[in-house]
Design a protein around this ligand. Structure first.
Ligand SMILES: NC(=O)c1ccc[n+]([C@@H]2O[C@H](COP(=O)([O-])OP(=O)(O)OC[C@H]3O[C@@H](n4cnc5c(N)ncnc54)[C@H](OP(=O)(O)O)[C@@H]3O)[C@@H](O)[C@H]2O)c1
Length: 260
């Protein structure tokens, strides 16, 4: 590689001039995605539900590094609040090119004791909010040939649910596979790609690497460890970037061989 190429800003910041919106960006995988997209040059708005202090700390860290970030409180289960957050992000950042549907909940419980309220909440946050945010975001992405990326964080549990207690969570992530394919068809003519990133175990509050089920999980994997959130953010950055222009409607596993 020539030295001119090696120092090209486009190589170091492939998302320079772009604006992104990430749901649930204050902690866990979402925070890693926010940091990575900002590092790649995007201005990044993100939502939080309850993590106000981590959200403000993340904005401060990105701004200290010379980036642009905006934290907005919006419950993903509230379609009006989520739509307003998308619209405000587009207004304040001046554009919107990338949506990352990351916010999610995992309520475990076997059939006999699973509350209908938890069923509804899981679908509202993990599925309905993805539809709502996508509907709102693409209004800002322009028409034909515009740069547009919609990326959802699904799960390897869309396909494999190797323990009792995860039927509703698995169903919610399986729904994302179909939604991704249909939205890819809807939005392809506008030049907007739609993809689904399916992690296996990732070390976050939702699924700590030292949690009670970690050993069982590792036993099912080709690589017997949890992923670091930054590893998931790397795949999101690829899909968000110009190199992934021909990838759409895809569900991409990043699960250490959990489903192999
Ligand atoms: N960790 C794993 O092993 C794993 C594996 C496969 C897929 N995933 C998926 O990856 C995504 C992120 O998971 P994670 O591991 O980072 O989980 P986490 O550590 O539990 O963080 C969850 C994130 O979602 C946000 N969130 C939850 N409910 C929300 C709501 N009603 N409105 C707005 N934001 C909400 C939280 O925001 P607040 O803190 O502000 O409430 C937080 O930022 C989820 O979709 C999850 O299903 C995780």
């Amino acid at each position: 590689m020539s030295s001119a190429l090696a120092t090209s800003p486009a190589l170091h910041q492939p998302l320079a001039g772009k604006a992104a919106f990430v749901t649930g960006g204050a902690r866990g995988i979402g925070a890693a995605i926010v940091r990575r997209l900002a590092r790649d040059g995007a201005a990044v708005a993100f939502t939080y539900s309850s993590s106000a202090a981590p959200a403000q700390a993340l904005v401060a860290a990105i701004e200290a590094a010379g980036g642009r970030a905006l934290a907005l409180q919006a419950d993903s289960a509230d379609a009006v609040a989520l739509t307003q957050a998308v619209d405000r992000a587009a207004r304040e950042l001046g554009r919107l090119d990338i949506l990352v549907n990351n916010a999610g909940v995992a309520v475990a419980g076997v059939l006999d004791s699973f509350a209908l309220a938890d069923f509804d909440h899981t679908l509202n946050v993990n599925v309905r909010a993805v539809f709502v945010a996508t509907q709102a975001a693409v209004r800002h992405m322009g028409q034909g040939g515009a740069y547009g990326r919609v990326i959802t964080i699904g799960s390897t549990n869309s396909d494999r649910v190797p323990w009792p207690g995860f039927s509703v969570y698995g169903m919610s992530k399986a729904a994302i596979v179909g939604l991704t394919k249909g939205l890819a068809r809807d939005l392809g003519p506008r030049g907007i790609t739609v993809n689904n990133v399916q992690p296996g175990p990732v070390n976050t509050d939702m699924n700590p690497a030292d949690g009670p089920m970690a050993g069982d999980m590792h036993g099912l994997m080709a690589l017997d460890r949890h992923a670091h959130p930054d590893e998931i953010a790397g795949m999101v950055a690829y899909l968000a970037g110009p190199e992934a222009s021909m990838v759409t409607g895809a569900s991409l596993l990043i699960d250490g061989g959990f489903a192999a």
